[in-house]
Design a protein around this ligand. Structure first.
Ligand SMILES: NC(=O)c1ccc[n+]([C@@H]2O[C@H](COP(=O)([O-])OP(=O)(O)OC[C@H]3O[C@@H](n4cnc5c(N)ncnc54)[C@H](OP(=O)(O)O)[C@@H]3O)[C@@H](O)[C@H]2O)c1
Length: 286
């Protein structure tokens, strides 16, 4: 397929849109930008971008058209301002949203005739600017194939499925993993600090504990996939006792129990239904 060299559109020049624009300009690609407020655009125009007077004008001038906006509602508001037929053109949605929001946005793009790629941004603006991001895409495989050069200028372009919602699912599941781990670490460090514990020694032990989770990923994956839940170091009955005490330990703390009261209820139910000798991965059984 012939490599495209024409202008790309970027709608929204906040952190992500600015990084995308600067990265593409540095790669020698013409970029047409639109932003709600003028100041961020002025800086990009000084760097070589062209300013469009409206969303519709930017989308008409550039393919693909990146929508780097705070949430899917704003993306859909902007898509409603486009009147022309976008047949054969590609819309790339760069924002965090739920799978059902992604589906709705893709329907709006399809109504205009456009192909739609939804991106999961597992990266910072600085990584995009450095071309070192990993971006997850789902939706139109044809759109990705046609614009691979542009997408790969931003970093690794990982296609995760042809449904509109696949990238959002990956994105939110991975953000959830990060929040769970990071907030767990913060709860532990805050508890140690408030108790006057030697924080250096504690942090070293906490890092080792997190390392066990990381090195255990293949075994955990195997159990989630096969539905077999061997007890490992502790069975569900023993986990229940620890989790109940953790809920009591965390009660009244600023970050709360992190949902462990619900986990205790689930564990109690599993034990009552005869699963007490299984391992912690039994909490994912369907
Ligand atoms: N920044 C990151 O490192 C990062 C990482 C992962 C995911 N994300 C996701 O990427 C998306 C974009 O993030 P960002 O950091 O670029 O956000 P941002 O810096 O806050 O920029 C938001 C952009 O949206 C525009 N905007 C806001 N409300 C609007 C409206 N009602 N109509 C039209 N334009 C509007 C803003 O325009 P004005 O200049 O006029 O305010 C600005 O250009 C978000 O969904 C975010 O969760 C960001």
């Amino acid at each position: 397929m012939a490599e495209r060299t024409g202008p790309v559109a970027v709608i929204g020049t906040g952190s992500i849109g600015r990084a995308v624009t600067r990265r593409l300009l540095d790669a020698g690609r013409p970029v047409v930008v639109w932003n709600r407020s003028p100041d961020p655009v002025a800086e990009l125009v000084r760097r070589g971008a062209r300013s469009a007077g409206s969303v519709a004008e930017a989308v008409a001038a550039g393919d693909p058209a990146f929508f780097a906006l705070p949430d899917p509602t704003v993306v859909r508001d902007c898509l409603r301002r486009v009147r022309e037929d976008l047949a054969g053109r590609t819309v790339v949605v760069l924002c965090t949203g739920t799978p059902s929001e992604a589906r709705l946005t893709a329907e709006h793009a399809a109504a205009l005739g456009a192909r739609c790629l939804q991106a999961g941004i597992q990266a910072s603006a600085a990584q995009i600017f450095a071309g070192a991001a990993t971006l997850l895409y789902s939706g139109s495989a044809a759109g990705l194939g046609e614009h691979r050069t542009v997408l790969e200028a931003l970093g690794r372009a990982r296609f995760v499925g042809e449904t509109a919602e696949a990238a959002a699912l990956w994105d939110l599941a991975l953000f959830g993993l990060w929040y769970d781990a990071q907030l767990g670490l913060l709860r532990a460090l805050a508890a140690a600090r408030d108790a006057g514990v030697d924080l250096d020694a504690f942090a070293e032990t906490a890092q080792a504990q997190l390392g066990h989770v990381v090195s255990g990923v293949p075994a955990t994956l195997r159990e989630v996939r096969t539905g077999e839940h061997p007890p490992g170091p502790a069975d569900l009955g023993q986990h229940l006792e620890v989790v109940r005490r953790l809920v009591a330990f965390r009660t009244g703390t600023v970050l709360g129990d992190g949902g462990l009261a619900d986990v205790a209820a689930l564990l109690a139910d599993l034990v009552q239904r005869g699963h007490g000798s299984e391992g912690i991965t039994a909490t994912t059984a369907r």
